[in-house]
Design a protein around this ligand. Structure first.
Ligand SMILES: Cc1ncc(COP(=O)(O)O)c(C=O)c1O
Length: 468
């Protein structure tokens, strides 16, 4: 034990000194001390009430401290918190059955449970590769069921504007420049495709006359990467999240589905950020009528606990009936976390929160779009449900971005806006995006939306006037 005399009771100082904050230099780390949370709000120890406009890393779709979820967690706490998956528990069993019921696609699914989005992504990639291995081995009648041989279809196609997590496998399929921090130690076998980003079309085309070349290009990539012999899966966020909140044009995902089917590849939809009502449907894939072969859920799934899921469609799950699913983690299938998740799904359904998110999202979107007319620095306003961004530009005509791709942690006008909103308006948004992140909990009210958009408008006026 160190000396106690120089020890402070100030939790901000303690945490600021001892916690390694994610994605940050540590010297200036000064977390805001929190007393309690409720609904969309964080109450600080010094009496401030801050609106969390990023829904706690997009995890708190139901708002903080939802009474029904807390009650389900309390009830479960006294019964079983965790046993291994050699045992069955009420919440884990009910959760995986519920996920099979509510996710797109027919019966026969199986779900593997993890604790982080990255952990789920790793399992999805391994699952896709195992599946393809077994498929090829079976076709060629190679006499082994252990998926440890190369070569087999192992390549994964991802896109540049994507983020799938910070562990090696998940980062390897992330086009996000945060991958550069890990290079050259990324997993091999990943190829990046251009994005379905109409505001900055990688082909310089204009929708809808473009014929969705961004999807067509992936078809060519698959051919050039070795087709069905070499490529296992395409992984996408149905609506890109951290890399700019980018809903694709309506035809894009159906086209990608067709391309995957043509080549007999798996389509992996990473709905870590978009799942569970965020976009105004239970799953973003549903906006586009697409059924993925593997669906990844995270963040809001666990409600207040780290719980994520990989839902394998029947086609994929079936392969593991007599082939090894060679993956696992100590805490997989945590009963306590599952109880919260199950209660959370019930709340979404019983309280009509997804419809509410859709309706309030339309209102939020229309108010945000009005800002585009008012401010030169607003390049694009886009989103779905309660998942919105205002992309800021240096110059509206040339669409020059406020930060270059590699400048993720550089100070920009977004940093100034985030600081202004927190300081003057008690609104918390991330400071490292390409614009203003507008991702409130699904329980946000019209009054709160007005408060938020008014605050953003003031922030834009403030920076426009150069008062920073
Ligand atoms: C789409 C997507 N996938 C995966 C992840 C990784 O999740 P986690 O941070 O829980 O590992 C994220 C995190 O932001 C994400 O947005």
């Amino acid at each position: 034990m160190g000396k106690t005399s120089d020890r402070t009771d100030n939790i901000s100082e303690i945490q600021g000194r001892y916690l390694m904050q994610s994605w940050s230099t540590q010297g200036q780390y000064a977390p805001i001390p929190v007393e309690r949370t409720e609904g969309c709000w964080i109450h600080t120890t010094d009496g401030r009430k801050i609106f969390d406009l990023r829904s706690a890393h997009e995890c708190i779709n139901l708002g903080f401290n939802h009474p029904k979820v807390l009650q389900a967690m309390r009830d479960q706490l006294e019964k079983v918190i965790y046993v291994t998956d050699d045992f069955a528990t009420e919440p884990t069993a009910q959760l995986v059955r519920t996920l099979a019921d509510i996710t797109p696609g027919g019966p026969g699914k199986r779900t593997w449970l993890a604790q982080s989005g990255a952990g789920a992504v790793e399992a999805a990639i391994k699952g896709a590769r195992f599946y393809k291995y077994n498929q090829v081995v079976k076709n060629r009648k190679i006499n082994s069921s252990e998926p440890h041989l190369y070569p087999y279809p192992y390549k994964i196609i991802s896109r540049y504007r994507s983020y799938h997590g910070a562990t090696t496998g998940a980062m390897s399929v992330s086009g996000d420049p945060r991958r550069w921090l890990q290079e050259p130690f990324v997993a091999p076998g990943v190829v990046f495709a251009p994005d379905a980003y109409c505001y900055r079309c990688p082909f310089g085309h204009t929708y809808p006359s473009c014929d969705i070349d961004c999807a067509g290009y992936i078809d060519q990539m698959i051919a050039l990467e070795g087709g069905s012999e070499k490529v296992a899966a395409v992984i996408i966020e149905p609506v890109v999240g951290s890399n700019g909140v980018i809903p694709p044009p309506p035809e894009y995902l159906p086209r990608l589905r067709e391309i995957c089917d043509k080549w007999d590849l798996l389509l992996i939809a990473d709905e870590t950020m978009t799942g569970l009502g965020r976009t105004g449907r239970m799953f973003a894939s549903e906006h586009y009528g697409v059924v993925p072969d593997i669906l990844i859920l995270g963040k809001a799934l666990g409600v207040y606990c780290p719980l994520t899921a990989v839902v394998f469609s029947q086609k994929v799950a079936q392969c593991f009936e007599d082939n090894l699913f060679g993956h696992g983690q100590s805490y997989s299938g945590h009963a306590f976390a599952s109880a919260g998740a199950l209660a959370g799904i019930n709340v979404l359904l019983e309280e009509g929160l997804i419809d509410l998110a859709r309706k309030n999202g339309e209102y939020l979107g229309s108010r945000l779009k009005m800002l585009a007319a008012e401010f030169e620095m607003v390049g694009d306003v886009r989103g779905l449900g309660l998942f919105w961004t205002i992309e800021l530009v240096k110059d509206r005509k040339s669409r020059q971005p406020i930060r270059q791709v590699g400048e993720k942690y550089a100070n920009t006008i977004v940093t100034n806006i985030a600081e202004y909103l927190l300081r003057e308006k008690n609104i918390y948004i991330p400071r490292d995006k390409f614009g203003i992140w507008v991702v409130p909990p699904l329980i946000v009210t019209r009054e709160e939306i007005d408060f938020l958009v008014d605050g953003i408008e003031d922030a834009l006026k403030f920076v426009t006037a150069g008062q920073v």
